[in-house]
Design a protein. Structure first.
Length: 215
């Protein structure tokens, strides 16, 4: 059996992904430690786990140095191009929203508007679909600051609990898309390691069903 290398998004999705792999029958105990190690061979299996940042998960899978990846739909929408998206893992759920300062009428003005976002492509296609010409300002994090500081009229960002928006005086005014964690597969790997990948995906699918049925 060939080895299957899986890139896993560090941070928010990490815990739930490992929980899923554990339910699928894999020993992920080494990944529980708070170490700085980035590559792990799972014992008694042909699976190797790589920990990476979300956009890098996509880069590694697209370039074929990882066969599979677990990454949020938000990053796929922003960066994704050529791979198979094979499974919605059902966790890491959040929404892409357009948000503005409380009390502001974003649409009721003829002046040109500025949007701050970490997701320039997502924001651009959202406003392109509306035939609206807005200026997109790329921000790297804590994008909620931009309207407060007067840099932008609104933001396009992901919202999970809504706490960050609320605590910074912003309100969502429109949904852009729903987001959750997805399993992606390199196109060549899907052919070359078909049997191994299908075996892994079947185990994950079964583990997801267990989750849904609450067993
Ligand atoms: C995300 C997002 C919001 C926040 C939303 O940022 O960009 O700022 O989480 O979560 P909430 O609705 O539960 O409050 P993240 O924590 O990834 O940090 P960053 O902005 O520094 O990238």
């Amino acid at each position: 059996m060939s080895n299957v290398r899986i890139a896993l998004t560090k941070g928010r999705l990490e815990k739930k992904t490992l929980e899923l792999f554990r339910k699928a029958g894999y020993d992920c105990s080494e990944l529980n430690e708070k170490s700085r190690k980035l590559i792990f061979a799972l014992p008694d299996s042909n699976i190797e786990i790589v920990l990476a940042k979300a956009p890098d998960v996509i880069a590694y899978v697209e370039h074929g140095v990882c066969d599979l990846g677990v990454v949020g739909k938000d990053t796929i929408m922003e960066k994704g191009r050529s791979f198979y998206e094979v499974m919605d893992l059902g966790f890491g759920k959040c929404r892409f929203v357009l948000a503005v300062k409380k009390g502001e009428n974003f649409y009721e003005t003829y002046k040109s508007r500025k949007i701050a976002t970490k997701y320039a492509e997502v924001a651009k296609s959202f406003f392109d679909n509306k035939n609206m010409d807005v200026e997109i300002i790329k921000i790297e994090g804590s994008v909620e600051l931009a309207p407060i500081l007067g840099l932008a009229d609104g933001i396009v960002d992901i919202v999970e609990t809504g706490t960050t928006l609320r605590e910074n005086g912003l309100v969502p005014i429109e949904d852009v898309a729903c987001v959750s964690a997805r399993m992606i597969v390199n196109q060549a790997s899907m052919k070359m390691k078909k049997h191994e990948i299908q075996d892994f995906l079947k185990k994950c699918e079964a583990a997801l069903e267990v989750n849904e049925n609450g067993e």
